[in-house]
Structures are given as structure tokens and as C-alpha cells.
Design a protein around this ligand. Structure first.
Ligand code: ADP
Ligand code: ASP
Ligand code: MG
Length: 407
């Protein structure tokens, strides 16, 4: 008997009919003699509706109340699925994060899971109960409801799989695996049979939302192999796992893109020690992560500092940066929300040169201007005007030979 964790995303849970389909899939695996924990997301569109409602109430909603609200979509989904399973003749029990409990830190809207109590779940499993767990949510040590960031149900699933030492962790979504790029943008993208944790971490952090980045961090840390598959067919999906020898032979494995960042430039910053710290410390104190940073060469004792922040934190960030800019007597703050980050990712890049220049050349052939560049051992990212995103992704996908064979 194996312990199987299955996670179903919003589209898979989108209607009562689809939830019945999920119930049937869960029952099939259960009937094969497995113990089952099912982690689910809110029905598609529900979390967006809740976020919109909060934003309608006020410009910057209170963080604690925001989490109380946006976590409710998953509560509806778990109860519906448990009801469905029961009506099909199976023992099932739903749990919100706080009931298990899934303990997190107190970073509202981007909380990190600290521990998961396995007592109730183990007891249920022993009694043949199918356990249905709300993704995306937890509770902090003061008893506040927290959420894990958009797409956070993936992380709930992997964390539950790690905590209970599950034999299988399957993430069911609306595509049948991880592709070389978003298959909704490039029709001939190819499905990867397997992808290393490090590549998937880069892809997820660079915008490939098929898995939330923290779910991959958890999987890597605890050695959980994630199987990404479709809830609409039985095709084998993609295994996210430890790197193996064949993975290095591919130079570029995937193209990611994100329109979720905004650019902030602080102009004419005095070029002296401590200034960068003065600008970035208040942002980190507000739990805002800064991504790409460029500091120009100093000119007559002044420099420009440009960086990107998540669009979701943009208003908050701008207020903070404007205050800091005034304190350090910078000339002003200029912003641009119409940017996109396009990235190429591959563990094979470590041992090959010329990949970045090929990327720059490919973009320039289309007349796409590169505004910022950042690199790591296994990725190159360029910030460009958002209106060229799809074009950039397509030409890079082609230039690096990623199209499906025979497409
Ligand atoms: P769920 O609601 O099941 O969690 P998501 O919408 O979060 O589903 O993630 C699945 C979506 O991720 C797909 O519909 C696809 O458009 C998108 N996606 C982005 N990049 C990729 C990629 N490289 N491979 C597969 N899907 C991708
Ligand atoms: N419902 C949440 C969201 O839309 C969590 C998830 O789907 O994973 O972000
Ligand atoms: Mg998701």
C-alpha cells in the first residue's frame, strides 16, 4: 500500500461536474489499494474574485484581513470534494489549514510553512478515510489565518507529501506536464519528460507558473519527486527530480516569461557607501523582494539605480522608495509597469559559452530593445517592453531549437 498525495488546481476544480471528475480519479487510485491525501485549490476564478473584492474595499487592504478573505475559496472546494466522495460511497473528511494544523510564519499573503502536524491525517488514513486538505492556507503561532502566495496550493501539496513521507506526489493541472515554454503561447512547445529541481526553480521563479516556486524548494529540500500531470487525461506527465547525466546535454531547456514585475529607477543617487542599503533596507523590512538591480557607472559623484519589484507590491514599494529617495537627496523616482522579463534556462549553460550572446542577437533581430540583463549559472534574463513578450518567447523558443519534433 502506498501513500499518495494528489493536488488538483483551480481549473480541475472549476465546476461541480469537474469536482465529480476529480472524485472519480481519486477513487480510482484509492481502489488500487492506496492511502489518499488530496490537496485542492479554490474553483478557478474564485481567488481572483476575492482579491478584487478586497481591492475594491481599500487601496492597500489590511494584510491579516486579506488572508482571512482570500483563503475562503479553498474552504468551499474541500467541502465540495469531500461531499462528492461521500455521495459516491467513500469515507472522506475535509480540513482547512488551521484544523490540521499547517503552521506557518506570519508573513501574510506570502507565508512560509514551518511545520505540519500529521496526527489527525494519519489517524484518518488508518481508518480508510480519504483526507481532503485545503491548499494555499495555514495558521501562524498567534492563531491568525495565513496564505502562501498565489499558486500556493502546489506548496501545500509538496509540504504535506514531505511531512507524511508520501510515496507519490502528483500535481494535476490543466496541461499534461511542464513544457519548454507556456504551451498557451507557443503551440509547438514540447513536453519535458523530466526536469531538474534547479531548472524548475529557475523557471518557476522566472514566471512559469505551472508550479509555485516554493513547492519546488520544498521538493528539492526533502527529495520529493513531483509528477506534474493533467486531470483531463491519463498521459504521463513530467517528473521534477534530482539532476541526472542526460539533463546537462541540453543547453537551454526552457523559456520563461513574466509580466508580474515593475521597474523603478532612482535618479541621480549620490555615489557613496551606505546609499544602496538605505534604499533597499526599508523594502526588505516591508517584506518586498527586489529582483533585478542595475547600478550605472558613477558620473560626477552620482549614479542611477534601477530595480524591479513584484507588481503586487508596487504601490507599497513606490511609497517607500519615494521616502528613501527624498532622504538621500536623489533627483527623483521614475517607474515603468509595462515591462516583461524573458528568460532562458538550462543546466547545460554551466559548461557552454555563447548562449547569452545568442539570446541578445535573437532579440535584436526582431528590433526588441533590452532594458536590463541578469544572469546566473543556469539562466539569462532580459527585461523588455511588455508588448514584445509573446514575440520574444516565440523567437527564442525557435532559436534554441525547442520545438516539438515533427511539429
Ligand atoms: P492550476 O490552477 O492547476 O494550479 P496553473 O494555472 O497555476 O494551474 O498552472 C498551469 C498553467 O501554467 C498552464 O495552463 C500553462 O498555461 C501555464 N504554464 C506556464 N509555463 C508553463 C510551462 N513551461 N509548462 C506548462 N505550463 C506552463
Ligand atoms: N487559489 C489560490 C490561487 O489562485 C492558490 C492556488 O490556486 O494554488 O492563487
Ligand atoms: Mg497553480
Amino acid at each position: 500500500m502506498a501513500l499518495v498525495v494528489q493536488k488538483y488546481g483551480g481549473t480541475s476544480m472549476g465546476t461541480v461536474e469537474r469536482i465529480k471528475n476529480v472524485a472519480k480519479r481519486v477513487i480510482k487510485t484509492y481502489e488500487e489499494g492506496n492511502q489518499m491525501i488530496v490537496v485542492v485549490s479554490a474553483m478557478s476564478g474564485e481567488t481572483n474574485k476575492l482579491v478584487a473584492l478586497a481591492n475594491e474595499m481599500c487601496e492597500i487592504p489590511g494584510e491579516r484581513e486579506y488572508d482571512v478573505m482570500v483563503s475562503t475559496g479553498e474552504q468551499v472546494a474541500i467541502s465540495l470534494l469531500a461531499m462528492g466522495l461521500q455521495s459516491m460511497g467513500y469515507k472522506a473528511k475535509s480540513y482547512c489549514g488551521f484544523q490540521i494544523p499547517i503552521i506557518t510564519d506570519s508573513s501574510f499573503s506570502k507565508a512560509r510553512i514551518e511545520s505540519i502536524d500529521d496526527k489527525k491525517i494519519r489517524e484518518d488514513l488508518k481508518n480508510g478515510v480519504i483526507v481532503v486538505v485545503a491548499g494555499f492556507q495555514g495558521i501562524d503561532r498567534e492563531g491568525n489565518i495565513t496564505t502562501l502566495g498565489r499558486g500556493g496550493s502546489d506548496t501545500s501539496a509538496v509540504a504535506v507529501a514531505a511531512a507524511l513521507k508520501a510515496d507519490v506526489c502528483e500535481i494535476y493541472t490543466d496541461v499534461d506536464g511542464v513544457y519548454t515554454t507556456d504551451p498557451r503561447i507557443v503551440a509547438d512547445a514540447s513536453k519535458m519528460e523530466k526536469v531538474s529541481y534547479d531548472e524548475m526553480l529557475e523557471m518557476a521563479s522566472l514566471g512559469s507558473k505551472v508550479l509555485q516556486i516554493r513547492s519546488v524548494e520544498f521538493a528539492k529540500k526533502y527529495g520529493v519527486v513531483i509528477h506534474v500531470r493533467s486531470s483531463f487525461n491519463d498521459n504521463p506527465g513530467t517528473l521534477v527530480m534530482k539532476e541526472d547525466a542526460d539533463m546537462e546535454t541540453v543547453l537551454v531547456s526552457g523559456i520563461s516569461f513574466s509580466k508580474d514585475e515593475a521597474k523603478v529607477s532612482v535618479q541621480r543617487v549620490p555615489d557613496k557607501p551606505g546609499i544602496a542599503a538605505q534604499l533597499f533596507m526599508p523594502l526588505s523590512a516591508a517584506n518586498i523582494s527586489v529582483d533585478m538591480i542595475i547600478q550605472n557607472v558613477s558620473h560626477e559623484g552620482y549614479t542611477d539605480l534601477t530595480f524591479t519589484v513584484p507588481k503586487a507590491d508596487f504601490k507599497k514599494a513606490l511609497k517607500i522608495v519615494q521616502e528613501s529617495a527624498a532622504q538621500i537627496a536623489a533627483a527623483g523616482v521614475v517607474t515603468d509597469e509595462n515591462i516583461a522579463k524573458v528568460s532562458i534556462v538550462g543546466v547545460g549553460m554551466r559548461s557552454h559559452s555563447g548562449i547569452a550572446s545568442k539570446m541578445f542577437q535573437t532579440l535584436s533581430q526582431e528590433g526588441i530593445n533590452i532594458q536590463m540583463i541578469s544572469t546566473s549559472e543556469i539562466k539569462v534574463s532580459c527585461v523588455i517592453d511588455a508588448k514584445y513578450t509573446e514575440l520574444a518567447v516565440r523567437v527564442l523558443h525557435e532559436a534554441f531549437g525547442l520545438a516539438r519534433k515533427g511539429a
